[in-house]
Design a protein around this ligand. Structure first.
Ligand SMILES: O=C(O)c1cc(C(=O)O)c2c(n1)C(=O)C(=O)c1cc(C(=O)O)[nH]c1-2
Length: 256
């Protein structure tokens, strides 16, 4: 059993992982939020990040399939509803495709996931496998990067609105909605991890799971940077900067 002081120290340890390793510090995000990405780089981010979005409800379904506690399933299942939504209105995935359209991409092309970088796939698939295979405590802990997500979503909304012509209320609806959803998810996930990591070994395993997840996020941006910023080497199978562009919007290259 852990003491209250132990619990506080463990909580602080989790927060420190975010301070040191969260992808808000990645140079690609610094460029994106500061208005220094070209439209090709913005589109490459939208295409690749779609793959992450598309796999989140699959990883949450994998999680649910392993829970034999109905209370835990009940608390977790809204995550799938947030991303998939209802048949008519859709959810986060459809909002992401509205962003894709706003940046001049054909949403069907983005949804096809053709052009997603191989290393983006590897990183995201590793997250889904992790949640499918690791102990439930670690699976929950790996979602706790969302502790740090509201800050990055707020910075992104402000940065995109300030710097890019495509950015408006409708295009950024995905991020506004996450500002409402993520704190609820993370409040539950954090309480679960603090309650269940009741030995030093379990705390170490949960901290390692959160660290693994920061690596999943960071390496997606490393892939993007290498393919579309420097050295700008697009690997075989990666989006070529042209496929899937919407005719008219494609010609407005302004990233000011
Ligand atoms: O824009 C971001 O930086 C960011 C990060 C993360 C995250 O920290 O994993 C998520 C999201 N966004 C997000 O929108 C989202 O729905 C989400 C779900 C999860 C998860 O692990 O279950 N992370 C994230």
């Amino acid at each position: 059993m852990t003491t209250a002081a132990d619990r506080r120290a463990f909580h602080a340890r989790l927060l420190d992982i975010g301070k040191e390793r969260y992808h808000d510090k990645h140079p690609f995000h610094v460029m994106l939020h500061g208005g220094r990405c070209t439209m090709t780089q913005v589109r490459a981010w939208v295409i690749n990040r779609y793959y992450y979005q598309s796999r989140i409800p699959m990883k949450d379904a994998a999680f649910l399939s392993r829970c034999d506690d109905p209370d835990l399933r009940r608390s977790w299942r809204s995550r799938i509803e947030d991303h998939d939504g209802g048949i008519d209105e859709g959810g986060g995935i459809r909002r992401w495709l509205r962003l894709a359209e706003a940046v001049g991409l054909d949403p069907d092309y983005v949804a096809s996931t053709r052009g997603v970088l191989p290393s983006t796939r590897f990183a995201v698939d590793a997250y889904v496998s992790f949640v499918r295979q690791q102990p439930l405590l670690e699976a929950v802990a790996s979602s706790l990067t969302e502790l740090f997500a509201p800050k990055i979503h707020s910075e992104r909304i402000a940065g995109l609105l300030e710097h890019y012509a495509f950015a408006d209320h409708e295009a950024l609806a995905y991020f506004r909605q996450r500002l409402a959803e993520a704190p609820r998810d993370v409040e539950f996930g954090l309480a679960y991890v603090l309650d269940h990591a009741d030995t030093r070994e379990k705390q170490d395993a949960a901290a390692a799971a959160l660290t693994f997840k920061t690596d999943v996020l960071w390496s997606q941006l490393d892939s993007l940077y290498s393919a579309y910023v420097a050295p700008g080497r697009i690997p075989p199978g990666g989006w070529d900067g042209r496929e899937g562009l919407l005719g008219e919007r494609a010609s407005t290259e302004a990233a000011e």
